[in-house]
Design a protein around this ligand. Structure first.
Ligand code: ADP
Length: 201
């Protein structure tokens, strides 16, 4: 277990495996994963007001409005289990959301400790998404919507790494390999920052 709260963000293009790795890392560190995509999908599945508001946006691969998304995340981060650290997956994904998160965390005298970027070549992520579309049938995994999501990643999400980069908290990790290899690379990067204990712990 870690001795102090660890606050992480995992970033990567669609199909990079960030969801899977996020869960593994969070389990290792004993912190909750906060995935905006999962929160939105659960609301759509349950037919909540939020779900009704976001369904068509998600199905089109567009971004849910920043104010709405940030309000959802603030709510989630205010729950007791997130006081001991957290791993954000899929938020922030543009510069306005970075500002919203900064403001919220600063108000609590907190900050992100590390931003893990999973680097995966475009062809590889497209191949993985095609496979997932086949296996899971996610409504937003059609060719056209995948292209829209990847393009938003490149134009809106990639630039947030510049901001976090100037803070010296970005760790880029090679996202090609077996699941275990990639998890080990991420843990090693976090260990180097003193955010995770060596494997035996
Ligand atoms: P992916 O990263 O593969 O697009 P996610 O599960 O992270 O999948 O997100 C699915 C969808 O949920 C996005 O395409 C978008 O419509 C919505 N979404 C998730 N996170 C955000 C966010 N931070 N801001 C706006 N919309 C979001």
């Amino acid at each position: 277990m870690t001795s102090r709260p660890v606050r992480l963000l995992i970033v990567g293009p669609q199909g990079s495996g960030k969801g899977t790795q996020g869960v593994r890392i969070a389990e290792t560190l004993g912190i909750p994963v906060i995935s905006t995509g999962d929160v939105f999908r659960a609301n759509v599945a349950e037919g909540t007001d939020l779900g009704l508001q976001v369904k068509s946006i998600i199905d089109a691969g567009q971004l849910v409005p920043d104010e709405l998304t940030s309000a959802v995340v603030r709510d989630r981060l205010s729950q007791p289990d997130a006081q001991g650290g957290f791993l954000l997956d899929g938020y922030p994904r543009n510069l306005p959301q970075v500002m919203h998160l900064d403001e919220f965390l600063e108000g609590r005298d907190e900050a992100l400790d590390a931003v893990v970027v999973l680097a995966v070549p475009r062809e590889e992520s497209i191949a993985r998404l095609a496979k997932r579309a086949h296996e899971q049938g996610r409504a937003d995994d059609t060719d056209e919507v995948i292209a829209a999501r990847l393009s938003i990643y490149e134009t809106e999400t990639a630039p947030i790494l510049g901001v976090y980069g100037t803070r010296g908290i970005v760790d880029e990790v090679d996202g090609v390999g077996t699941l275990d290899e990639i998890t080990a690379r991420i843990i090693a990067a976090l260990e180097a920052r003193g955010l995770a204990r060596p494997a035996a712990a």
